[in-house]
Design a protein around this ligand. Sequence first.
Ligand code: SF4
Ligand code: SF4
Length: 179
Amino acid sequence: MLKLLDISKKYGDATHKYPFEPYVVADNFRGKPAYKFDLCIGCAACGIACPSNAITVQFNEDQSKLVWEFDCGRCIFCGRCDEVCPTAAITLSNEFELAVKFDKNALIQRGELETQYCSKCNKPFSAKRLVHYGYECLSKANLGEKRLKEAENYLTVCPTCKKTATATSFTRGEEMVIE
Ligand code: SF4
Ligand code: SF4
């Protein structure tokens, strides 16, 4: 018994006074993903990477907004969203006290982004922020004014219209240009 007390004295406290004192988590602790709406471009990489479908990115009913939604009740704190997000809009935090009172909807977080409509067919296909982000990246690539303008036009066209333009130019044997 005395030996045990000696060992305890040597190593100090092994327990914490939580919840009477704040609990300090370890470095790189994987707590609740924290979402920064202002940084989100609506690329949906987090939604694709999320293994438990805790994150969804889809248009609302009238397609006027691209809705980013996170259900903390489904999250397994794997950190895939944090790894793939290109703008650090979602990062794992140290937060671990996640209980809510009675209403499971309190676990849900949403962000609504402006829809980008196709400049050819006017169908919604992306978020305006994503198109802007793509343009910002390309404008750093020294493309020259003409190519940059072409790239800007290209970014505002939906995948279906891009495919049609590619097929048309291919059959004519011309270079594809979207104006
Ligand atoms: S931590 Fe994992 S489970 Fe939770 S939202 Fe991110 S990707 Fe999904
Ligand atoms: S910017 Fe980050 S948080 Fe927003 S949709 Fe893309 S991956 Fe998800």
